[in-house]
Design a protein around this ligand. Structure first.
Ligand code: MG
Length: 303
């Protein structure tokens, strides 16, 4: 089986046909939540059932445990200062790794009730933290601690660290999961991993105030498993996990192609000094492949 399947000619400009898909590490139980930390030349990701955070050192090629136990981390991202922002199933909170090396709570409640189990997170350019809160970390003890939902449903929230306000911005999806903004932040993409609804990525129009969303349209539908986590490249193409590998969709929703991965992909991120290396978490492993595309991640502000 070829590593790449092309469905649209535009795919050829995004992937390197001769680039090998490398398995950098294996031995996890369910890997998720990769984030590239430029200042550390490191990829950090979760192994949720093992309650540990792993790290891949890009310089030496070594993998080690970053933290264990960690509170059943899932998704990670960076804030504008390069700090890791994390989703914790166990702690049922969004946390942040401070400059002193300690995890601090960013938000753990909505309207006085405990969050379910934050799954994926993104930081907007205004500093607000948007995250999904499905129930996977409280449904069973496997990926967290079994408990009843206090909120009673699964939303996407916007938390403003400056005011402390938390608002539910997406309330109509059954199991909101991965999320990302378009580079102009006019669209918020959210995947829904509901068992009862068609697995899809929704595209929400971000309101002019930048704090709420309006119209919801289905951006892509999966005919092979779930879309979980995803990222966008500089041109606005969406690179997403799916049941049959990494799928790449154009801005208009056209499926351009697929990178075939031997395990079920959960999430991915761009990394490397040029942000042209795709790191992929898939079931028990971390994979990497160089691509022509580069990350849409905005540059960090200068001090
Ligand atoms: Mg997820």
């Amino acid at each position: 089986m070829s590593s790449y399947d092309t469905f649209d000619g535009r795919f050829g400009a995004l992937v390197i046909g001769s680039a090998t898909i490398e398995q950098l590490w294996s031995g996890g139980r369910w890997t998720e939540g990769p984030v590239y930390v430029p200042a550390a030349k490191t990829v950090v990701w979760s192994d949720i059932p093992e309650d540990r955070i792993m790290r891949y050192d890009e310089t030496s090629g070594t993998v080690s445990v970053f933290e264990h136990p960690c509170g059943y981390h899932n998704g990670h991202t960076l804030d504008a200062f390069g700090r890791i922002v994390a989703c914790e199933h166990g702690g049922r909170r969004i946390s942040r790794l401070g400059f002193d090396g300690r995890w601090e709570t960013v938000v753990d409640r909505f309207e006085g009730k405990r969050l379910n189990s934050p799954n994926d997170v993104v930081v907007k350019s205004d500093g607000s933290i948007w995250f999904s809160d499905p129930s996977y970390g409280i449904d069973t003890d496997y990926e967290g601690h079994a408990a009843k939902s206090e909120i009673g449903r699964c939303n996407v929230y916007r938390h403003d660290p400056r005011t402390g306000e938390t608002a539910a911005v997406v309330t109509g999806l059954d199991r909101p999961n991965g999320l990302a903004f378009s580079s102009d932040e006019r669209i918020l993409y959210v995947s829904d991993t509901s068992l009862s609804d068609t697995p899809a990525i929704h595209a929400f129009t971000v309101a002019k105030d930048g704090r709420t969303v309006g119209e919801d349209r289905v951006f892509a539908v999966s005919d092979a498993g779930f879309f979980d986590g995803f990222r966008l490249d500089r041109a606005g193409n969406l690179w997403t996990s799916s049941g049959d590998g990494v799928r790449v969709y154009a801005v208009d929703g056209t499926l351009l192609g697929r990178i075939n991965i031997p395990e079920t992909v959960s999430n991915l991120c761009f990394g490397g000094p040029k942000r042209n290396r795709l790191y992929i978490t898939a079931t028990s492993s971390l994979y990497a492949v160089y691509v022509y595309a580069t990350s849409a991640d905005r540059p960090l502000p200068s001090p």
